[in-house]
Ligand binder design. Structure first.
Ligand SMILES: *Cc1c(COP(=O)(O)O)cnc(C)c1O
Length: 240
């Protein structure tokens, strides 16, 4: 069933209410929180529908998938396109051309490859994705490697390190995820103290746990199912 603008508008209205309530509980301004619409598996028409109801940030997981859809969305020129999936090294250069930001940077070599790809343009915004629980999550930079990665990113002229991202383990009970969100915020706060540079973005929280993420300081929440409904699973996960 195609996703209509009406259905997205309705979902968005409810989501914004939840965002406002969660922000209020934490004494935060709801306007600090950006919704990134996660559009993986959905066709360009669904992305356009989301754009038409006012969404401006979009996240895709795969370079090829976005490559196939983007030609149909050239006129959505006020959108920011985020890469949020694991990026293979042979696709970094292309990703830096067709996305406005990479939120899922997970290695030092990737930072350097992005810098190389944007030499003539830039600065290019990135987030570092942190692997919060090696026993239960597959992607992200190990915490031990974080200081070096931050130092490399801060030293490169064309890299604009904006903050951190995480995908915590999945628990149906979102309360069990709270500790990971809190830990990411603490890691960010410590980096800000240590390097005396602002890292304003915390990209954390998905459809089932974004309210907890907001209570713990999320500035960007990545929502797929809550906006577009359930999606077809990918048939295989060759990148993981
Ligand atoms: C798919 C995906 C999301 C959105 O997931 P939902 O549970 O559908 O909201 C968020 N972040 C990343 C990195 C994803 O791959």
């Amino acid at each position: 069933m195609p996703v209509t603008p009406e259905a997205i508008a309705k979902n968005l209205f409810r989501i914004r209410e939840c965002v406002a309530h969660a922000a209020n509980r934490a004494g935060r301004n709801p306007e600090e929180i950006t919704i990134v619409a996660v559009t993986k598996t959905h066709p360009a028409e669904a992305i356009r529908a989301a754009y038409e109801v006012g969404l401006r940030h979009f996240g895709e997981n795969r370079v090829q998938e976005w490559e196939a859809k983007r030609g149909k969305l050239n006129d959505c020129d006020r959108a920011t396109w985020h890469m949020i999936g694991h990026l293979q090294s042979n696709k970094v250069a292309r990703a830096a051309q067709i996305f406005d930001r990479v939120d899922s940077v997970d290695s030092i070599s990737q930072i350097r490859n992005i810098e190389r790809a944007v030499k003539r343009s830039g600065p290019f915004p990135i987030l570092l994705e942190i692997r919060m629980d090696p026993a239960h999550t597959k992607t992200g930079l190990e915490k031990e490697g974080l200081p070096t990665a931050v130092e490399v990113a801060l030293a490169l002229q064309k890299i604009e390190l904006r903050g951190l991202m995480c995908i915590p383990p999945y628990f149906a009970d979102a309360e069990r995820v709270r500790m990971y969100f809190r830990a990411l915020r603490e890691i960010r706060d410590n980096l800000v103290l240590r390097y005396e540079r602002p890292l304003p973005v915390l990209s954390m929280g998905m459809s089932h746990d974004f309210e907890v993420a907001i209570e713990e300081g999320a500035t960007e929440i990545r929502l797929g199912t809550a906006l577009f409904g359930p999606r077809e699973p990918y048939k295989a996960e060759p990148t993981l």
